[in-house]
Design a protein around this ligand. Sequence first.
Ligand code: C2E
Ligand code: CA
Ligand code: CA
Length: 871
Amino acid sequence: MPDTNGRPGSAAQAAAGKGGAVTEARTDERRFRVYTFAVLTMGIAAAAAVSLWLDFEASDDLLWIGPILALAFLLAEQLGINVDVRSGISWTISFTEIPLVIGFFVAPFEVVLAAHLAAGIGTLLARKVAGRVLYNAGAFLLEITGAFAVAGLVKQASGAHDMTWIAALAGTLTAPLVSTLLALAAVRVLRRRMRVSTAIRLTGRILVVGFVNASVGLSGYLVISGTPKAWPLVLAVFLGLTALYWAYSDLLREQRDMEALSDVSLMVARSGQQAAARPAGRADELVGGVDVREWATIAERIKDQLAAGRVVLRLRLEPKDTMRMVVAGDELPPVDPAADDPLLRLPGAHVRHFRITEANPDVRSALLDRGAQEALVVPLRSANQLLGVVEAHDRLSRWRGFGKYDVQLLGTMASHLATSLDNRRLLATLRHDAYHDPLTGLLNRPGFRQVAKEPLREQVDAVVLRVDLDVFSTVSDALGYVWADRMVIAAGRRIRDALGPDVPLARLEGASFAALLVGCAPERAQAAAELLRAELVAPYPVDRLSVEANAMIGYATSSAEDDDQVDVDGLLQRADVAVRATKGGEEVRGYMASMGQIFMRRFQMVTQFRQSLEEGQLSVHYQPKITLPNRQIQGVEALVRWVHPEFGRLGPDEFVPAIEAAGLIGVLTSFVLEESLKRVRKWLDEGLRISAAVNLSVRNLADEDFPTKVARELDRFGIPPELLTFELTESGVMSDPQKALPILRELHSLGIVLAVDDFGTGYSSLAYLRQLPVDQVKIDKSFVLGMGTDLGDLAVVRSIVELGHSLGLTVVAEGVEEDVARDQLEAMGCDVAQGYLISRPLPEDRLEAWLQARTARSPGRHSETVLTLLT
Ligand code: C2E
Ligand code: CA
Ligand code: CA
């Protein structure tokens, strides 16, 4: 017979502060009480009516038949198993139909009723389950009354005088039908959801089991009553069937328990999979990395599986270390959280079973405080840390309390939970590390991509900011890497504070960051970026120092109206291009399509460079320099040219920085050096001593082998070192003097002439110049060009000439376009002039023609020929 037990408050309630759920539970409790009284009244009325209608003759045997029947009912129920437990109703299939069907033949209605009531209510009272006695009494009354009424009707209809087996069978099946209907009514009263198909399937199953039970009982009874001596046979059959049934039910139970275990583990594993990638700072209530809401579902599942009236999870919330209670099932009466609770003293990891019948008065009162008759309690531990406690209260059965299987199941569930929590924690750590920057704790590039993907897919306005802090190398050079790291952390924190906790923010590399502003309209991007920049350039107090930093911001927008939605990578790349464009002076720049073309051009230049060199697209032009005042050709400056098949003539200002950044400058310098030395060799062969000046970049000075390579080249062409000049900018040397200086000294000691290019533009200072092993200064052309109109420029040129001479250096002026300038320079005592006035940079053949046409040859002091510019 199905054991049906409606109990209110099945919905998972988080007890703390969730007033709604509690009130709902109270209304449920009230409805259920009304329902109980209805059932009880109907039961009593029906029992009285049937008792009057069915007039059984009493027999002497009743004195012992009654107690035997009661015992049989008790046994039959105790052997039952839970079949399906959902919706707050437990369904236990038991053998109750067997004593019932026999009862029809051996005892009158009142005796069977009394035996059933005594067995059922006796058990409940023994277990001190007072709350459900009335409802169950009513249910018992209706079941037995219904059974006898139907049996009586069938008997009457068939016209038989004695009880027929058909009537007994029909009557017996009525009992489970009635109890099922009552349970379904309880489901409705408690407004639990149960699908009609589920209800029908359940009823069907119960009737089938009932039919089998009744048939077994009936067959046994008929055999024995016909052939009393056959009782051992019937007993054997019965025992055999019981054994089969038990084996099967064990299997069924194990299978269901396995399902429950994997369910619970899966819930833990699946819960909040996005949590790791969520922006930091959101206040989730997490226990073991699992959201409290998920725990409510887990509690519900445990409750269902144990057929418990209530499951209480006491969980330790992670960041705050506060306790949180999650209740599934019946409402939990309010308890003093500070009170010492004997149920929560948890010495081991095993499940403990407390009963109201226990001797210990503390345990009894703790159970009474919970409104529970019994409780299973098990600690929840993960990674050697107590996460909380699981309590299961009161098994939903009118016959049995928690058994050893329930204890086992809860224990296994707790350890499975712990294991999957451990796994989750490990996974979460791995995922976190994969998506976060260890220094700042912000997202890293993959993390940013992951987080930004979602909002960008939703066709909203979005802005990707790329922030480059211009401090990293300076600080790390001056103060060391620890300081640079502190700066980066401080900057990250400042951006976070400026943009708020929910903005996806990443540290990409070094001191560059990326942020995603969702819902920021394109026209507001510039203002937002400027605001952020203003925050970032304020001095940084790092330890006791105050470090200044400059910040460049590039941004790229994606508008909801755009047809071509760009993905995260696209926006990041555009913002990157935009931030590179800030080098031009503006500190905040938005991406423009033209920048993309520049970027593409640079990209192509870099990738095609080696090939172009081999294909002869690159050549060296030479610009002559003359000595002042006698205007002899002193040397030429080698200036590289690239005629690109697609882009046409490329100026070195455009491609040299790109080549440099790509680490290809060594290749370029070797080419120019080789071409220049070849040229000088030809002149030497003609008896001309004309030197060549080759421009170096900083990166050349980072190559320790560079002096060796140069020496080898000079050797190869047999060029005296004084006919080679290297021009370097001062800022280039000073950006990394430790590396550059030894190389410069080495070059200098080879006898090569070293010149400081673009002098006057950088940090130019006398102190630096004195440290450098140089022979020449080249006054930057901007001063020479401005000399005629700007007195300041004139003053600069004059002082550089004087300064250079005072240090014993040769002074060269470039950018000499006018006669006046040349004359002024001559008057100041400048040693060498270079510029369009003399000649533009020329390809080799045209330079030869120029030399032929514009210079006069005369024998020099030694054996060489001297070229003097014709006027
Ligand atoms: P730079 O070393 O300052 O070279 C002088 C630049 O001034 C050259 O530009 C030259 O054409 C230009 N110039 C010469 N005389 C005059 C004049 O009278 N008036 C004006 N307005 N300009 C004049 P170019 O050839 O475009 O080179 C630009 C820069 O590219 C060079 O500046 C140099 O820094 C770099 N560069 C050129 N060739 C190489 C090379 O082979 N290696 C490296 N590392 N850099 C190179
Ligand atoms: Ca130069
Ligand atoms: Ca220059």
